[in-house]
Ligand binder design. Structure first.
Ligand SMILES: [Zn+2]
Length: 97
């Protein structure tokens, strides 16, 4: 579910799974528009679900940089958890427009 690239407000962002040089689960680089997701933390390989949650968290920081909105860390964690829950529980497809 994690993309390699995506657009946000018309700007292209890249997503990389990083094997080294990470201090936590993820980073959001505003200057290169790159989200980096750690392939492992403290020597333990991160799971697909952890990587998805990290992507959502870092997306929120990208949102912060693109919109100039003041987004604090607790809000990023809330967004990460609630959006993750929504993605994992989505059922059905709406075909009507
Ligand atoms: Zn954060």
């Amino acid at each position: 579910m994690i993309p390699k690239t995506f657009k946000l407000a018309g700007q292209k962002w890249a997503v990389k799974i990083a094997r080294r040089g990470m201090t936590g689960y993820g980073e959001c680089d505003f200057t290169t528009r790159t989200i980096r997701i750690a392939s492992s933390v403290d020597g333990k390989v991160t799971s697909d679900n952890e990587r998805l949650q990290t992507f959502l968290h870092e997306w929120w920081h990208a949102f912060e940089s693109v919109t100039g909105q003041d987004v604090n860390e607790p809000m990023a964690v809330l967004f990460e958890n609630l959006m993750y829950e929504t993605l994992l529980t989505m059922r059905g497809v709406q075909n009507e427009i």
